[in-house]
Ligand binder design. Structure first.
Ligand code: IMP
Length: 205
C-alpha cells in the first residue's frame, strides 16, 4: 500500500480524488491522506504566475516536509476577454480571498460590454505530483465554455453559476456533482493523474 499526500485541507477535494483513484487504481494500492493527517507545517504562499507553478510549489513542499509522494492542485477561470485573467488570482480577484460572490460580480462587471461571441472562458486545473526521489509530473485539465450575463443555479461554487460549458445548456451550478465531475477541468486532470499514478507508483509498495 502506497501512502499518497494530497496537499490540501479541503475535505471535498480529498474525497473527489479518492473516488477517482478508487475507480481506476483500486483502493488497496493507494491510501490517500490530507494535510490534516500529517504533522503541521508552514504552507508556502502561491506565488506562481501559472496554475502549474503553484501546484508544483505546493507539491514540492509537501514532499519535502513529509517524505511522501505528494499531489497538489491549483485551478481557476481564464477569461478570453481579460487576457486569461482572473487565472491564478481567481480566488482573490475582488481583493478578498474566497469571496465567491464578489469575485463573480467583478468579472461580470468587467466584461459587461463584451458581446456574446467574445465571452469565451475556460476553467483550468493543474495537478502536480512530486515523488521523494525528486521526479516531478504535471497534468492539466480544461473545461472550455463561455460566460453568461447573470448567474443561474445553486450548485457548485466560485464562478460556476455564470459558466456555461461547451455543448451544455445548463451552467456548471445547475449540474449534479457527478455531471460536473465528468466534464470539469478538475475531473479531467484527476483522471489523468490516476492514469499517471498507475505508471509511477511502485506496485504493492
Ligand atoms: P483553488 O484551486 O481550489 O484554490 O480554486 C481557485 C479559485 O478558482 C476558486 O476559489 C474559484 O474561484 C475558482 N474555481 C476553481 N475551480 C472552480 C470550479 O470548479 N467552479 C467554479 N470556480 C472554480
Amino acid at each position: 500500500m502506497t501512502r499518497l499526500l494530497l496537499a490540501t485541507r479541503n475535505a471535498k477535494k480529498l474525497a473527489e480524488l479518492q473516488r477517482i483513484l478508487d475507480g481506476s487504481l483500486g483502493r488497496e494500492r493507494v491510501e490517500l491522506i490530507g494535510l490534516a493527517d500529517v504533522p503541521e507545517y508552514q504552507e508556502l504562499p502561491e506565488t506562481g504566475l501559472t496554475f502549474g507553478e503553484n501546484a508544483l510549489i505546493k507539491a514540492r513542499e509537501g514532499c519535502r516536509q513529509t517524505g511522501l509522494p505528494t499531489v497538489a492542485d491549483d485551478s481557476g477561470l481564464a477569461v478570453d476577454a481579460l487576457g486569461g485573467m482572473p487565472g491564478v488570482f481567481s480566488a482573490r480577484w475582488s481583493g478578498r480571498h474566497g469571496d465567491d460572490q464578489a469575485n463573480l460580480d467583478l468579472v461580470l462587471a468587467q466584461i459587461g460590454d463584451v458581446p456574446d461571441e467574445h465571452r469565451g472562458a475556460a476553467f483550468v486545473c493543474a495537478v502536480a505530483l512530486v515523488l521523494p526521489g525528486g521526479k516531478e509530473h504535471l497534468v492539466e485539465g480544461r473545461q472550455p465554455g463561455r460566460l453568461l450575463r447573470a448567474g443561474r443555479g445553486d450548485g457548485g461554487f466560485g464562478y460556476d453559476p455564470i459558466f456555461l460549458g461547451e455543448g451544455q445548456d445548463r451552467t456548471n451550478a445547475e449540474l449534479t456533482g457527478a455531471e460536473k465531475d465528468a466534464i470539469s477541468h478538475r475531473g479531467k486532470a484527476l483522471r489523468l493523474l490516476a492514469k499517471l499514478l498507475t505508471k509511477v507508483l511502485p506496485a504493492g509498495a
